[in-house]
Design a protein around this ligand. Sequence first.
Ligand SMILES: C[S@@+](CC[C@H](N)C(=O)[O-])C[C@H]1O[C@@H](n2cnc3c(N)ncnc32)[C@H](O)[C@@H]1O
Length: 296
Amino acid sequence: MADRRFEFARDLQLKGDLPAAADLLLQAIELAPDFTSAWFTLGGIREDLGDPDAAISAFRRAQASDPGDRHGAGLRLMRLGAEPLSGMSQVYVQTLFDQYAPRFESSLVGDLGYRGPALLFRAVLSVRAAARKPAFFKRAIDLGCGTGLAALAFANEVDHFIGVDLSPRMIERARATDLYAELDVADMLQGLRSRDDACADLILAADAMVYVADIAPVLEEAKRVLTPGGLVAFTTETHDGEGVVIGEGLRYAHAAAYVRAVVESAGLKLPLLEDRSARNEDNAPVPGLVAVAGKT
Ligand SMILES: C[S@@+](CC[C@H](N)C(=O)[O-])C[C@H]1O[C@@H](n2cnc3c(N)ncnc32)[C@H](O)[C@@H]1O
């Protein structure tokens, strides 16, 4: 009965009758008080109805009824200013990208004009050219490798590619490309921690740091894992304020000064930091950065 009311509420929500949808969700919740999806949907509807306090209380119930927080209620609470900024739930990221995997490339590349791997490729080549070094790498680690688009961009420049991603479905797609010698289903920080010192000369993160609030530990591990002279190249979304915020797209945006500071405190040099957008949203480029940091 609660499921049926939930389904009916979703229909009403899609048709735009938000007050009626909210009523039905409350009825579903009365029947099943820990109905996470109903609480989460109710939170979104209350937000759309312009009632942030009521939205916050619904998102809190969604979070409390699902410790893994597969819907990302914590993220919605952060965006509403009800919780301090912190990391995303790994279950949420995994669920999001497991669902997204079959249509990832058509949606991101086709619909959103995604260009993260090409930006990293051009940036790495220009840093290598400025240093008068060849752009050839023995071992590269692709953090948040997804379906393998970054490995495809660098395929002729890298001998041995290692991919790391939280989403098993994305890793399945990456495996099917045959571009990776090794693939790990893991959080990027854990993936780096499992690697030996000075084992890679290139680390890439194309549109992946946008799911990481605090990128400092990742850069510190990257420094340990890189060979001297090795590079870590990544894209971020950005904003004009200070530090890290959650953007409209529910991804983190890192200010340029923050990126400079964390690269420096990780003990890396920053030969390249440019304003470059990796994707469009609502037909406009999302403000972004491309960074190439190096180990001396
Ligand atoms: C937008 S996709 C980009 C994929 C790929 N790099 C590309 O350029 O097409 C982001 C990927 O990062 C992965 N991801 C997000 N947070 C992660 C984390 N903390 N550790 C490992 N992978 C993560 C997601 O599962 C997803 O596959």
